[in-house]
Ligand binder design. Structure first.
Ligand code: SF4
Ligand code: SF4
Ligand code: FES
Length: 205
């Protein structure tokens, strides 16, 4: 099969693999054809979030996506490209702090019921792959938008029954936050963990 990878220019590779993941194909190219090809990976099992890229314009995890003939592989959008498929997530991750996406004040003696846990259980599954951030159209007009994964984390903490003061977080997300989201749902469609940041933003509103 043939795949094209966006490097400094478009690079085409022929690979003799069947039913392979994109990560396996990239590894085969690197070891047998071009050892300068650069990409990120870690767990190889959809857990660490480091291998997210775009295939034919849609964000995927390279270690779970099965390659098809003719695929175009590109780095994530809305983040600086360091080299080939490796991007710099530093600014994107900094939005977690800017959004105050952490627990502020834990109340003593509050018991957490099973129903309470269900309210924000899935948000804990975020692997910070950056797919939602890459898919979000708001960054083309506002580079300071707090963004889907940071706002999902804010929801996780303000909805926690043990959180005794969420007012500062709610105040923080009024600017470059919940009102800048267009509710387009692109973040939900690409999330490998089935998290809907769009739904979390609606709840925060
Ligand atoms: S729903 Fe909001 S956060 Fe999600 S991709 Fe669309 S604009 Fe971005
Ligand atoms: S919310 Fe989903 S798409 Fe966004 S960083 Fe977390 S795991 Fe990735
Ligand atoms: S290598 Fe860890 S998620 Fe793909």
């Amino acid at each position: 099969m043939r795949i094209t990878v966006q490097r400094k220019t478009l690079a085409e590779y022929e690979v003799d693999l069947v039913d392979a993941t994109l990560l396996e194909v990239l590894g085969a190219i690197k070891t047998t054809q071009d050892n300068t090809l650069t990409y990120s990976s870690g767990c190889r099992s959809s857990v660490c979030g480091s291998c997210a890229v775009r295939v034919n314009g849609k964000e995927v995890l390279a270690c779970s996506y099965k390659v098809e003939d003719g695929d175009l592989v590109e780095p994530l959008k809305n983040v600086p490209v360091l080299r080939d498929l490796v991007v710099d997530m530093e600014k994107a991750y900094s939005f977690n702090a800017k959004a105050k996406a952490w627990q502020t004040l834990l109340s003593d003696g509050v018991s957490v019921s099973h129903e309470n846990e269900k309210i924000n259980e899935i948000q804990s599954d975020c692997i910070l792959c950056g797919s939602c951030y890459s898919a979000c159209p708001v960054y083309s007009v506002n580079e300071e938008f707090l963004g889907p994964f940071a706002l999902t984390r804010v929801w996780k903490y303000v909805s926690d029954v043990r959180e005794s003061d969420s007012s500062e977080k709610i105040a923080t997300i009024q600017t470059d936050g919940v009102w800048d989201c267009t509710l387009c749902n692109e973040c939900t469609l690409v999330c490998p963990q089935n998290i809907s940041s769009k739904a979390d933003i609606e709840k925060l509103r």
